[in-house]
Design a protein around this ligand. Structure first.
Ligand SMILES: [Zn+2]
Length: 345
């Protein structure tokens, strides 16, 4: 089969003919129809958080949709021809967190699709059956692929972690990126007013188009001043941090109203830290929380929301497998608004 193979962290993805994998017990072989390209994948390629020690070469790619092509031993819930998308984390399914539908916190988390096992930048991928999610017949593969992370993650962030309810105001830092643009839509579906923050006119225009009530260009100065002005001096109820630089995190804290929640989702600099006074947090009853990916239930719900048209996947660039390396580098340079996706013919 054709596959893009990563041989060294940060190196190119090279198009190669590799053996088609066979599904082991409890696995399905999936014929890949679409695979999303986003910042998480760009960072995966450069091994920014060290997920590859000793595990290269690797086929990366985790936002996958396709058809089950072959079923391994002991698989009863999927059959050849089933349309699926893919849960990103490799979890056990049996621990105290998996048992309560919080697979994102699995005690026996063994890694990520596309890092610890091969992923979707190839014609076929073999995956544990636990990682597959049925998708409706009328949901396109590109939409289903990017739903697996870019739509499902916002549902977890906003409903589970931030506990957004109407008529709250949500400020999204990085609103024009692949996850951010769906965060904007999800916040609207949950009944919030949305303020989008980003650094290019194109990304801000896209955020507006997808439902943001107001937008702020953070290159014009600290966005907290404009956030306070837009809320009559009160501040916002929720900030979603998809950028996570010291300057944005400081502005994020200063944007919060009393009772506000700040959710850390993405970091440009994984070692970044922030200064804050605990007394300020106490007196204003501010909550800091983190969010990582989603649960299997939330993935299934995200699929349903997209199928119903409540969330519109924003894919601004589709490409062929052999173009993925170049597109991924463009994403790394923050040049692409919304999501990009490889489409297989
Ligand atoms: Zn578990």
């Amino acid at each position: 089969m054709d596959a893009l193979v990563l041989h060294e962290a940060g190196g190119p993805l090279t198009l190669e003919e590799t053996p088609t994998p066979r599904p082991g017990p409890g696995e399905c072989l999936v014929r890949v129809r679409a695979c999303g390209l986003g910042l998480t994948l760009a960072w995966n390629r450069t091994d920014r958080v060290g997920t590859f020690p000793g595990r290269l070469p690797r086929i990366i790619g985790h936002e996958i949709a396709g058809d089950v092509a072959e079923v391994g031993e002991g698989v009863g819930s999927f059959k050849e021809g089933d349309r699926v998308n893919v849960f990103f984390y490799l979890t056990c399914g049996d621990c105290r967190w998996c048992n309560v539908g919080r697979e994102d916190l699995c005690d026996n988390h063994t890694g990520l699709v596309g890092s610890q096992i091969d992923g979707g930048l190839a014609e076929y991928v073999s995956l544990p059956v636990r990682n597959l999610c049925h998708i409706p017949d009328d949901l396109g593969y590109v939409d289903a692929a990017i739903t697996a992370d870019a739509v499902a993650t916002p549902l977890h962030v906003l409903r589970e972690r931030a506990k957004v309810r109407p008529p709250e105001t949500v400020l999204i830092v990085g609103a024009g990126g692949g996850v951010g643009i769906h965060m904007v839509q999800m916040a609207k579906v949950l009944g919030a007013k949305v303020i989008g923050v980003d650094i290019s006119a194109e990304k801000l225009a896209l955020a507006k188009e997808m439902g943001a009530d107001d937008v702020i260009n953070s290159l014009d100065g600290p966005f907290n001043e404009e956030a306070l002005r837009l809320t009559g001096g009160r501040g916002v109820d929720v900030v979603v941090e998809l950028v996570g630089r010291p300057d944005t995190m400081t502005a994020s804290i200063r944007s919060l109203d009393k009772g506000g929640r700040l959710v850390f989702v993405g970091f440009y600099d994984v070692s970044a830290s922030i200064d804050f006074r605990p007394s300020y947090i106490m007196q204003r009853e501010i909550t800091f929380t983190g969010s990582r990916y989603c649960s299997r239930q939330e993935l299934a719900e995200a699929v349903e929301m997209v199928a119903r048209g409540q969330i519109r996947p924003v894919v601004t660039r589709t490409c062929k497998l052999e173009e993925a390396d170049e597109v991924l580098r463009s994403i790394e340079r923050m040049e692409i608004a919304g999501r990009a996706c490889v489409e297989f013919s």
